[in-house]
Design a protein around this ligand. Sequence first.
Ligand code: HEM
Length: 460
Amino acid sequence: MNILEGPKTPPIVQLIQWIADPIGFMESNAKLYGDIFQTQLGSKFSLVLIGDPKALQEIFRANAKQCDADVGIANESLPIVVGKNSILLTNSQRHKRKRKLLMPPFHGSRMVAYGELICHITQQIVSQWQIGQPFSVRSSTQVITMRVILQAVFGLYEGLRSWQLQQALEEWLNITASPIKSSPLYLRFLQQDWGAWSPWGHFLRCRQRVDDLLYTEIRERRENLDPTRTDILTLLMSAEDENGERMTDEELRDELITLLLAGHESTATSLAWALYWIHKLPDVKKKLRTELSSLGDRPNPEAIFRLPYLTAVCQETLRIYPVTPIAYSRVPTSSMEIGDYQFDAGTMLTPCIYLTHHREDLYPNPKKFRPERFLERQYSPYEYLPFGGGNRRCIGMALAQYEMKLAISTILQNLELALPDDRPVRPVRRGLTIAPSDNLRLVVTGRRTPNKTPAAATVG
Ligand code: HEM
């Protein structure tokens, strides 16, 4: 058996490096210690980072009895935001029940219902971008993904409730995205409600506002349940587990917030990265345009979704900077042998998506954005895993892929965009994700024939 190695620097130094420069931390340690190594992030978190596909296969194939999941560092703050019923915080049988209830509305075959909605929302938003005025790409993609979640997931279309909820959610999410404003989430002694102006008081009032709006919506929908609606909330309201039990209002609230948090920022960030690469590399944009024009006028969302080069561009976007560099930690319940290593029960085995996606043996010249690599060969789910794997694989995968492809195609069909300058855009940490640095801007240089996207349609 091999002895597990890892950095010997003090835990606090490792934690600071992990927070300040996650990519540098992962890469420098992988160079020294290989594709499986031990880290000590502060006094509490001892993660084994794994970038070896064979080991990942064993971990993802282990069942929930052998290996349970753990959200690690986020464990302390998550329940305060998503609520104790969230799928993110459940394990074993409860987690299995949750997935059974939550998965069907996110199945790939259901995405057809949301295709035209996504194109329509994107078209509405890009029509507001002004020619000649550079705009922040990530803030703009966030507006798109927030509206998609509110409409496709919450079933809230234009109207007062939708507008109020959007405002309340944005204010609340701004707290969780800011390291200073969100400090009470991590430092318990700061959890003091000294009124609306104190950080904790502000957080609690924002949460209350979101909850009031959500519970009112859930109550009204239950009173007038409309089985013809196709939004995810309606489907979840009528879903039953194997004992014929439905979700309570509190469970529904917690899952809606979970879906919003898990789906909104991650998809916005991926879309922002994709737009960056497409406008950074003229050859990529040219190939995409040629492929899109092969579909003719008013292409159907399903046909757009199946385009091979567009698919490869999205895959390469999520390979080079996977939005979450690591998946959930998997924690063996008894000692477990993986390859040449023996791990004790309780070890936090953490799939390292970033290091796996940057293996030279799988992805030659890994720092180069080259979508063609996905057209030239197929990767196994242990070699390419932007959405994680096994029994915890991302529930929103199909929706996120659909959204990325349809938003990109709508933008390319409606606008001419360019990067306003050559300043380097760096990958930086934003909460649990790796996002493009704030200087990523685009500018509209012209409009194209606007009527080439699919006709507007509403779901519901
Ligand atoms: C490009 C966008 C996205 C990326 C890269 C992404 C990535 C991930 C990853 C890496 C995990 C952990 C999987 C594991 O540990 O094996 C995850 C879990 C999850 N994601 Fe996503 N995600 C995205 C979009 C979404 C969307 C749109 C939704 C829903 C609206 C969503 C809902 C979830 C949920 C509920 C889980 C927890 C699953 C469980 O605990 O069983 N995600 N996602």
